[in-house]
Design a protein around this ligand. Structure first.
Ligand SMILES: [Zn+2]
Length: 164
């Protein structure tokens, strides 16, 4: 824990995922004293919080991703991801954590749907997979099908119908 010059504990306000000067991933941890309003920011190597994070927190990047999900989905993702992070004894939810949420283990993929997913641009693919599996789970389906995919694509990714 971090102590302010005024003697109070400092409260963790947020974490930003950054690349350090060497290109290695870093976390910029923002803290604030609720007593005197003093604010500080500290760069640490990714994952090495040294007690600077006082509770479970989402990085700005992970939060941004979560904010862009439909509300019902965001609630499910938040719950799952926080459960996983706590179970692993960690305190920080990163963008990467969000991409590897465990919903992937539960849902099967129709082979045609899997084939199509492989053709989704890489930066979108992981989130597309999660959103599709969440949508399937939410409807009580055990598999992702092409028709579900078309629907979700149009709704969340604005891609319209596939021309492939
Ligand atoms: Zn203070």
């Amino acid at each position: 824990m971090l102590t302010c010059g005024c003697g109070r504990w400092m409260h963790t306000e947020g974490i930003e995922e950054r690349a350090g000067e060497s290109g290695a991933p870093e976390w910029f941890i923002r803290s604030e004293c609720k007593g005197c309003g003093q604010k500080i920011g500290i760069d640490v190597p990714e994952g090495q919080t040294h007690g600077l994070v006082d509770r479970l927190l989402w990085t700005d990047e992970a939060l941004h991703r979560l904010d862009r999900m439909p509300p019902y989905l965001a609630a499910l993702v938040r719950e799952d991801v926080e459960q996983d992070v706590r179970r692993q004894g960690r305190r920080v939810v990163t963008y990467d954590t969000l991409l590897h949420s465990r919903a992937e283990d539960r849902i099967e993929w129709e082979s045609e749907a899997e084939w199509r997913l492989e053709r989704v641009p890489a930066p979108v693919r992981a989130m597309a997979r999660i959103e599709l599996e969440r949508t399937a789970a939410d409807r009580g389906l055990s598999r992702v099908t092409v028709s579900l995919m078309e629907e979700v694509k149009a709704k969340y990714f604005g891609m319209g119908s596939s021309k492939q």
